[in-house]
Design a protein around this ligand. Sequence first.
Ligand SMILES: Nc1ncnc2c1ncn2[C@@H]1O[C@H](COP(=O)(O)OP(=O)(O)O)[C@@H](O)[C@H]1O
Ligand SMILES: [Mg+2]
Length: 206
Amino acid sequence: MVTVIGNLKGGTGKSTVTFNLALWLVQAGKTVLAYDLDLQRTLSDVAQVRQEEGYEPPLAVSTDLNLPKHFQYEALMDIGTGDMAQMKRALSLADRVVVPVVPSQADIWSTQRFLYFIASEIRGKPPKIVMFINRADTHSSIRESEQAYQALKTLPGVTLLKNRLHQRIVYRRSFSEGLGVFELEPSGKAAREFEELAKLLYSPSD
Ligand SMILES: Nc1ncnc2c1ncn2[C@@H]1O[C@H](COP(=O)(O)OP(=O)(O)O)[C@@H](O)[C@H]1O
Ligand SMILES: [Mg+2]
């Protein structure tokens, strides 16, 4: 399956989610093809940190969008707006687009625009769109995540997951240390919420 992790907006956690999902899938025994199609090259940089630190298994990241034909794999593509041609190609190859959304008004607007973009620019079979909230506040007194969830619920043709990833320092450490959150703090809250999300995204029914 080809999964693009995308949104027009930066800072929504695309690279964080791609990196962690790729490691999680590798450790689940899958053949993973990870593509860094964002000119910021965050995924490549974090894979390099992992390699320099000597953590196993390493994560191979390609910046060339070539899909092999004859074997089973899970492809993950991290996209950005710096290279719109690559972005469109990735979206046209996608079986689904996983969209992390930060709970803010600007992020909801740009997410809507991303959906229009996919609908208007991508020919052929439309990819399935799966959204979830990333960087949700950990204080339940703050209602922004819930308000964002309700706003996203009104978007047509989208699967909105109830699962959320919260704003946690360990996601930032994931980049600086080159490790998945489930490697950094295996019994931490981030590991638990991330693994629940990953299992849902890769459940057999999907
Ligand atoms: N759930 C989270 N909690 C805390 N920090 C996060 C979370 N998700 C992402 N970040 C941080 O936010 C910044 C942007 O994330 P990144 O994955 O690079 O976004 P994008 O690829 O969409 O631009 C990074 O510093 C990352 O470590
Ligand atoms: Mg990125």
